[in-house]
Design a protein around this ligand. Structure first.
Ligand SMILES: *Cc1c(COP(=O)(O)O)cnc(C)c1O
Length: 365
């Protein structure tokens, strides 16, 4: 095993850090997968070697997330962004309305796509507070004839995260979990559909995970092009056409790693400890660092904060870069700083960030 000494402190927002052992395993199998004399990328997606990888990845997802039997696990392409359109195409019929909770840039994009395809409304919005909070469950206003309620479980850009999810009764609940899937246990049975682009917590970009309740899937619009129908993927075990084989293989390795870490309970505890290191540095700074999210809505994945002036932020980011930190600049639309501490970011990187923040404050406070 090579050492990790030349690995950056990678706080990229996405694509983002992958576990070192996963990269090493992929490297060791890159030229010769299981004695086949070729990499997994060079094989038929209809062959038995790839099929085993494909199915094992689904088995691991089912196990780690405790996905009930009456849900399908699908691999799509087009990113979470294509889901913004596929969801209304499949599940927003004329005469019904789709409800969206807008808690950040991604949920607004999801709503904007749905607006092009049918009738929508905002069940609640956190926009007035610059997306620094999550609406209270009691604030959600559901109208009659609602086709589904869509929410974004973690707001990657603003750094807020739902702690608990609404009980929507007969109204199907759909969640974009792109930036916190597999970071904590979730009761899948509360949702009719969960989706996520892979590139934050699951693997490399190129795979989109969809977990969908079979009875909900059965209500989908049948008059759609083949590749825009969830049913196509469900019927063919996501092998109707060529899936992103390498991405699914790598996702399988990441899931193996999650399991080796002790599953979601262990991952959750570590994510909480990691985020606490950085939030504690913010809270103990007497306002030198200002967290964007209100404490009750703080994301454990994306920690957003500002310094007193843009000049000071630039200086902080420059010193961070010098010290081997990557990805700490805030999203181009909001500025400030953002530390994305996804599953694969080691505790040591968060400790190092905390130390850097304390040192920088001492020298500049
Ligand atoms: C990154 C992200 C997206 C966009 O994902 P793509 O795979 O690039 O389309 C959507 N939603 C959330 C919450 C994200 O974090």
């Amino acid at each position: 095993m090579s050492t990790s000494t030349n690995r950056a402190h990678n706080f990229n927002a996405g694509p983002s850090a992958l576990p070192l052992s996963v990269l090493q395993k992929a490297q060791s199998e890159l030229l010769d997968f299981g004695g086949a004399g070729m990499s997994i990328m060079e094989m038929s997606h209809r062959g038995k070697e790839y099929e085993a990888v494909h199915n094992q990845t689904i088995v691991l997802l089912r196990e780690l997330m405790a996905i009930p039997e009456d849900y399908d696990v699908l691999f799509l392409q087009g990113g979470a962004s294509l889901q913004f359109a596929m969801i209304p195409l499949n599940f927003l019929p004329a005469g019904k309305k789709a409800a969206y909770v807008t808690t950040g840039a991604w949920s607004e994009k999801a709503l904007d796509e749905a607006k092009k395809l049918g009738e929508t409304y905002e069940a609640a919005s956190a926009k007035a507070g610059k997306f620094s909070s999550i609406p209270a469950l009691a604030e959600l206003q559901l109208q009659p004839d609602t086709a589904y309620l869509h929410l974004t479980s973690n707001n990657t850009i603003f750094g807020t995260q739902w702690r608990e999810f609404p009980d929507t009764g007969d109204v199907p609940l759909i969640a974009d979990m792109s930036s916190d899937i597999l970071s904590r246990p979730v009761d899948v049975s509360k949702f009719s559909m969960i989706y996520a682009g892979a590139q934050k917590n699951l693997g490399p970009a190129g795979v989109t995970l969809v977990i969908i309740k079979k009875s909900f899937l059965a209500t989908a619009n049948p008059q759609l092009p083949t590749m825009l129908k969830y049913g196509t993927f469900a019927k063919e075990n996501s092998l109707y056409n060529t899936p992103p084989t390498f991405g699914i293989y790598l996702m399988g390795l990441v899931l193996d790693w999650v399991k080796q870490q002790g599953g979601l309970a262990a991952i959750t505890a570590r994510n909480e400890a990691k985020a606490a290191l950085v939030y504690d540095a913010i809270d103990a700074s007497n306002g030198f660092y200002k967290g964007h999210a209100v404490p009750a809505a703080r994301s454990r994945m994306n920690i957003t904060f500002t310094l007193a002036t843009e000049e000071l932020e630039k200086k902080f980011l420059a010193e961070a870069k010098q010290a081997g930190f990557v990805g700490l600049a805030g999203h181009r639309s909001v500025g400030g700083c953002r530390a994305s501490a996804y599953n694969a970011v080691p505790l040591e990187s968060c400790q190092a960030l905390r130390d850097l923040m304390l040192k920088f404050q001492k020298e500049n406070g």
